[in-house]
Design a binder for this molecule. Structure first.
Ligand code: ZN
Length: 179
């Protein structure tokens, strides 16, 4: 089933939706998560959220090192107990060629469920805490461009314009279609 999915890019409107909690822990959910892990690996990403493959459900996968043993899957993630902040460089598979500095909490607690629906809790700091926040943002329709300062926004303008142009070319407005 999920063989047809692909990573979608800005300004696809599905990246802007609030994703729904997962209520059914089905074989399809597992297949989706596994396919997302493949796509993330192919794209050399460290995290991928379900809305980035066009599914607006609260699921993301991460692989902070690219190593098999560091793969983690989070369903219905909830972050809490944020402590301290620091600024770090981030990119996004849905915003190719763009990186920007983003302020994030340094340490966090994560409560989530696994693919069978079993709840678990973790804490993390630094890079993993940053990935958690980036991916949780995706589940709420937030992108790194929403967290940019005005100077970074200006610098990103050309890249965003190109992505918008590509989107417009691929999705022509039917009202403007020539007959
Ligand atoms: Zn992203």
């Amino acid at each position: 089933m999920p063989d047809d999915i692909a990573i979608i890019r800005y300004p696809d409107p599905r990246l802007r939706k609030m994703s729904e909690p997962v209520t059914h822990f089905t074989p399809e959910l597992r297949a989706l998560a596994l396919r997302m892990l493949e796509l993330m690996k192919e794209a050399r990403g460290v995290g991928l959220a379900a809305p980035q493959v066009g599914r607006n459900i609260r699921l993301f996968v991460i692989s902070p090192t690219g190593e098999e043993q560091d793969i983690r899957i989070y369903v219905n993630p909830l972050l809490s107990d944020a402590q301290d902040e620091d600024e770090g460089e981030e990119g996004c598979l849905s915003l190719p060629n763009l990186t920007t500095k983003v302020w994030r909490s340094k340490r966090l607690r994560m409560n989530a469920q696994d693919l069978d629906g079993n709840p678990f809790e973790e804490t993390a700091e630094g890079y993993i805490a940053r990935i958690w926040q980036h991916e949780t943002d995706h589940l709420n329709g937030t992108l790194i461009i929403d967290r940019m300062g005005p100077v970074a926004k200006l610098a990103a303008r050309r890249i965003l314009k190109e992505l918008q142009q590509k989107w417009d070319d691929e999705h022509p407005d039917p009202r403007k279609k020539k007959r």
